[in-house]
Design a protein around this ligand. Sequence first.
Ligand code: PLP
Length: 392
Amino acid sequence: MGSLYFDHAASAPLRPEARAALDEWFGRTGNPSATHAAGHLVRTAVEGAREQVAECLGAQPADIVFTSGGTEADNLGIKGLAEAAAAGRRHLVTTAVEHPAVRESVRWLASRGWEVTEVPPTRDGVVPAGDVLDAIRDDTALVTVMAANNEIGARNDIGAIGRVLHERDVAFHTDAVQAVATVPVDVEAWPVDALALSAHKFGGPQGVGVACLRSGVAVAPVQHGGGQDRGVRSGTFPAALIAAAGAALVATVAERDELHGRLEGFRKLLVDRIAAVDGIRVNGPDAEEQRLASHVHLSIDGVHPDDLGLALDRAGLHASSASACVSGAGKASHVVEACRIHGDAALRLSMGTTTTIEEVEEAAAILTDVVLRLRAGEPVVEAPHSPTTVGA
Ligand code: PLP
């Protein structure tokens, strides 16, 4: 079958709608902020996408700020809200399982005098809403809790947290980068003050993201310059990337329920096949509403994580492998450590729009074969045409 791409969580394939938008806008002459007709024309791509994104998120167009990706959107949401917080409120609540884009932003604030409370997850990777709310103090200015975890795929109850924080006038940021492809995101219903998305996780191009910043909530700029986007994000708009992100999000939302249902079926099949192998455990919540349909996180005994990653790649299965041991070979990720997950290797298989049932069957067969061969010290069968792994 050639190669099997099971790393959609690292970077999803470009949707045809996004490619069409890139073809339409890439290379057009004119700065979207220029006052002449050439500039105005390119600006229509940016403003059209802003409206599309706003509608997809239940936001107002004025809430949408385009960034270079999820990392910048997280930095802007967190540092921007923190910098604008009222004097005397210097406490922040976060979780132990955030992506480095959030984790390092929080660490940077801590180095500048912020006090941070880090709420641990359950062994399933879920951060209980009650524990987050219990951590709120009178001087808490900001809470940041991811909507869904990128490694385990566990979801958090953003609505339960957001409703209380809104009442208590505490700013709330959520990283919805992994959630938006399969989970409805509505900034009004949740409600959140700042939300981060990355286009290449939902079929848009790499290099563009969205910070949804509720109008009326003070956000300080993180990078300084011409102030193109609402005065909080400077830099020339990459019109083609933005148009493609808008087109990809519209398609994502239109097909989301159907994709979710399809991936649930695939996930069940994959889990059934893989869990039949001794020494392989599926991590994360069982309950459908507490996890993403797209992610399967495994602990695998009796294999070294480096050998597993290499062997799977050689066999044509492109997935994300890492150490899963807190005490054994290699260094486990902070997420695996926080969830107290054990095993010699950790593996994330993530699916998306292009995944087929045949690929799921094949992936399960390859994984089983590779694990059994590695344990037996036998060579791994190479895929006929295995291209370089995409994503990170
Ligand atoms: N947040 C989460 C949960 C992610 O999974 C990622 C990327 O893996 C990011 C943020 C960063 O996004 P980007 O790659 O667009 O900078």
